[in-house]
Design a protein around this ligand. Structure first.
Ligand SMILES: [Zn+2]
Length: 303
């Protein structure tokens, strides 16, 4: 576990480094798809589209994290004006992946509305890029020591200088568990298991895009992804050890969200494109009702 890596003498969060590698992999994937599908649009436009989706995803992931920390906010708010340090101490900052997943779709809607462009084909073909990025993110979790699995035996001594636990010469891997210096325990490597599951999802999605018959089913790859990731996440959550993230009854917050994501995915898989609620939202972004004829007319690009 290396929470920080140093480049040119400066420390950088290793999670951040993996996130950047993941983003680069997703952009490279998009570039290959762009070439294979002989997309007439400029690749640079597609990169802007990825930036929009990524930014909306990041914002929503951060908002959802705060919503899962609602208890912290309730404790913190009374100190907002009286004791700012105390107010701050109840709060933490982070991201929840599911927020990002919904945020990406919001980014797609905003992009289409703002640039008045038909990007449904991009939405269809770009889906594997999301779990590809996420697979690298989870490797970053494994290296950085967050999102860890159930802790097994404890070992090591606390190092006050680094704030981490030193392994004192012990083995890094014990049985199937990996040492986590943040908590001083050997943990089930659930991040790497999820990462493997995500790579499998990427492969299945690419095969589906390659051999699937209906190229106009714009929302079906997204549906397939939602179902597969919802199931994967629901299962892996049982082996997560960082349970401060909100447990309500028998399940964690992410498992409840999985229970919402899976039916949405099934809906995207079975509902014909023209009847899909996503298509209706989407058309709202590109078309408007003509008052005189009551017909849908294409919104002209602002010149
Ligand atoms: Zn993590």
């Amino acid at each position: 576990m290396y929470p920080y890596v140093s480049f040119f003498g400066k420390p950088y969060s290793s999670y951040g480094v993996f996130a950047i590698i993941g983003l680069a992999a997703a952009v490279l994937y998009s570039f290959i798809v762009h070439k294979i599908t002989k997309d007439k649009k400029d690749f640079f436009d597609r990169v802007i589209y990825i930036v929009y989706c990524g930014a909306a995803g990041g914002i929503c992931a951060a908002i959802l994290y705060q919503l899962t920390n609602i208890k912290g906010w309730i404790k913190a708010l009374p100190f907002l004006f009286s004791d700012f340090d105390k107010f701050r101490s109840y709060l933490s900052f982070g991201i929840v992946f599911y927020g990002g997943m919904f945020g990406i779709f919001i980014g797609f809607m905003i992009y289409s509305r703002f640039f008045k462009e038909d990007t449904r084909e991009w939405l269809r073909t770009s889906v594997p890029g999301v779990p590809l990025f996420h697979a690298f993110g989870r490797m970053g979790c494994a290296v950085g020591g967050c999102c860890y699995g159930i802790p097994k035996l404890s070992s090591g001594s606390y190092n006050y200088e680094t704030g981490l636990f030193d392994l004192d010469g012990g083995p890094f891997v014990h049985g199937a568990c990996i040492y986590n210096a943040r908590i001083g325990h050997y943990c089930i490597p659930i991040q790497l298991i999820e990462s493997c599951g995500l790579i499998l999802i990427v492969i299945i999605l690419i095969l589906y895009l390659r051999f699937g018959k209906d190229k106009k089913a714009y929302y079906r790859p997204m549906g397939l992804y939602f179902v597969m990731y919802g199931v994967l996440r629901f299962i892996t959550e049982f082996w997560r050890g960082d349970l401060i993230r909100g447990i309500w009854g028998p399940f964690s917050t992410s498992q409840y969200i999985s229970m919402i994501v899976i039916p949405i995915g099934i809906y995207c898989l079975v509902c014909p494109t023209e009847k899909s609620i996503f298509e209706k939202w989407y058309n709202g972004a590109l078309y408007k009702k003509d008052k005189e004829t009551d017909k849908d007319i294409y919104k002209e690009k602002d010149k």
